[in-house]
Design a protein around this ligand. Sequence first.
Ligand code: PEP
Length: 259
Amino acid sequence: MRKPLIAGNWKMNHNQLATRAWCRRFRDIAREDGRPPAADVELAIAPPFTSIPAFLAETGEEEISTGAQNLHQESSGAFTGELSAGMLVELPVDFVILGHSERRHVFGESDERISLKVAAARENQLLPYLCVGETEDERDSGRMEPTIEKQLQAGLSRISLGSADDLVIAYEPVWAIGTGRTATREQAQEAHGFLREILASICSSEIARGVRILYGGSVKANNAGDLAAMPDVDGFLVGGASLDAGSFLSIARAWSGND
Ligand code: PEP
């Protein structure tokens, strides 16, 4: 049974002050509602690096995991401005987002580099959230499947999965990220089902059945319930709507149809 996971990616938003305000609001909503923030889903947030200590300090008592948005594949060295997996573990964080479309398309990260980062995360017991997704051109020219298959194969090429808990996959069509255009639930299911098949061929059917595959791309409380109904959609990776604690929690609650 895959436990639904609702993860927020704050990108380069929320300094320490805003992070503390987000956490206070998160706690207040839970208190006002008189119920845990998310009883039957797992919650996770990836703040910017410099806000991680503030987030950890504020959420110590909450059941919400903390992640990073990137790492460098080497453990140390002359890599100005970079952070290693070992440094992130020291903070500590639980997971790291890798292969996000902004890293691929804005910062030019190749599948090869992403595979090295995934390996570095695993070597340091950090859970990789491996993001894959096609551009609009790739979809329009019928290349959605080969694109995400290649990204998945390459991303996992340097690791072997001991269990389904060693990996989270996020399917994030590039044309849906930050655009307000969400994939239909049929489009999401098609891609997720396909990724699970590829995963089974890479590792085993048992592991593939247990790995959570999140959908990302303009998820909001008003479309979350619809997407959540699909059998291979196991949660969301949320950008813009995670910046507000209220809308993030509404998405989590929409999952269970109880908002
Ligand atoms: C993202 O950046 O991973 C994302 C899904 O963003 P948004 O929810 O804003 O589309």
